[in-house]
Design a binder for this molecule. Structure first.
Ligand SMILES: Nc1ncnc2c1ncn2[C@@H]1O[C@H](COP(=O)(O)OP(=O)(O)OP(=O)(O)O)[C@@H](O)[C@H]1O
Ligand SMILES: [Mg+2]
Length: 390
């Protein structure tokens, strides 16, 4: 039985939405799935049209030792059963704090349904309290949704520390996966966050980001998972991608490693692609003077956004900026600059497409001398052309 906790102490970053829609995706694929609502707000229950306060739920299981199997509501959506939360769950913190170590914990209660379910998905509350800790302790995977904000990213650090210390204390093997949510690839800020997350946590990021779409809010209001509410929605596709990825990672470690490796190298749709262009001109330039030397594109972290990296040798002491259709021709807007080993790296994210661009070298607009691909613009001047994701 695979137990997946969805956790981040940052509120509103898409934990419940992910828990509901991942559970529904797994259920739809014929995998027997239990969704555990471990948030006293009871949003996972509410989002599936279940808000019956007279029901028994997780509180009764943890505090009163009520048999977990008897508190489950069957078939709340196709292939998914629910262990609901009621408002009394808010009181469980005191119970957990006073609970002697030998008393059954959430992990022990879940073992009683091990033969019934393939997956358990736990929706955690927005804090790193004892309820979250007991969920993480029960899990073999923690998905951390991050909504492209500093506070959500901050949550990763705290969670990683908690997971590390729990793993050490109890000898557990818990995998952490980061899931970008509420992704709006059109905004510069979002692209910058994606870049920052990629640079820092590249081994942990799931290659299945969730786009920002109002259809998810509407589905929650209707008490349905997105895949039953609107099959054609981009969110249905996103959560199907996440479901496939979690199944792959949970069932076949070898293919996981391959998928990760190929994701780093190739990234079109869910998997990435990489391509490197180096022109003869570029090589000649390196020898002659301080011209840029190569262009490389590496797509990476999203199904539609591609990581682009342009590298220029021997430009360390020059003022080198990049402007083009990908950043509204604002020099270095949304571009990360890294200087190392006598090479300037210009890095940004852009959707697949063709982009005109130019370099600004010491204040002067120039075509990219390493790139023979140029186009005549309406002003009669040539611009360099960049092909992303092709
Ligand atoms: N990808 C998305 N696009 C648009 N809206 C979204 C998306 N994901 C979640 N939402 C909406 O954002 C709000 C918060 O989402 P959700 O409840 O899943 O977050 P949460 O992390 O569980 O919050 P909390 O910390 O309060 O438990 C909800 O109204 C939800 O419908
Ligand atoms: Mg929630």
């Amino acid at each position: 039985m695979n137990i997946v906790a969805i956790a981040n102490q940052k509120g509103g970053c898409g934990k419940t939405t992910t828990a509901i829609n991942l559970a529904a995706g797994l259920g739809e694929k014929g995998l027997r799935t239990l969704l555990v609502d471990a948030d006293p707000q009871g949003h996972a229950s509410l989002g599936l049209g279940q808000r019956k306060q007279d029901k028994r739920g997780l509180y009764e299981v943890l505090a009163l030792d009520f048999p977990l199997a008897e508190a489950i509501i069957m078939n709340v959506t196709v292939g998914v059963d629910l262990l609901p939360a009621t408002i009394s769950l808010a009181a469980v913190e005191h119970v957990l704090a006073d609970m002697p170590k030998h008393e059954p914990q959430l992990a022990d209660h879940l073992q009683t349904v091990e033969s019934i379910y393939d997956f358990v998905i736990i929706d955690c509350p927005p804090s790193l309290n004892l309820l979250s800790i007991s969920a993480i302790r029960a899990a073999n995977r923690v998905i951390v949704p991050i909504d492209m904000s500093l506070f959500a990213i901050d949550g990763i650090e705290h969670l990683s520390e908690a997971v590390d210390s729990l793993s050490q204390e109890y000898g557990l093997d818990i995998e952490i996966n980061i899931l970008p949510t509420l992704v709006d690839r059109c905004t510069r800020l979002c692209r910058e966050f994606l870049l920052g997350i990629w640079e820092r946590y590249r081994e942990n990021i799931l290659p299945s980001p969730i786009h920002n779409t109002v259809r998810l809010k509407e589905a929650a209001c209707a008490g349905q998972p997105i895949l039953h509410f609107d099959k054609a929605s981009i969110a249905t596709r996103d959560y199907q991608g996440l479901t496939d990825e979690i199944i792959r990672r949970s069932t076949d470690e070898k293919s996981t490693v391959q998928a990760e490796a190929s994701w780093l190298i190739n990234c079109i749709d869910v998997i990435a692609q990489s391509l490197t262009l180096s022109s003869p001109t570029a090589t000649a330039n390196t020898k002659e003077n301080n011209h840029p030397t190569s262009i490389s594109e590496k797509n990476n972290c999203s199904d539609t956004l591609h990581r682009v990296e342009l590298t220029y040798k021997n430009y360390i002491n020059r003022n080198l900026k990049l402007a083009g259709e990908f950043n509204n021709w604002i020099p270095d807007e949304g571009i990360e600059t890294i200087q190392k080993n006598n090479t300037v790296h210009k890095i940004f994210f852009a959707p697949a497409g063709e982009y005109q661009y130019r370099l600004i070298i010491d204040g002067k607009w120039r075509n990219d001398p390493t790139n023979p691909d140029q186009i005549l613009n309406p002003l009669g001047v040539h611009n360099s052309m960049l092909h992303v994701g092709r």
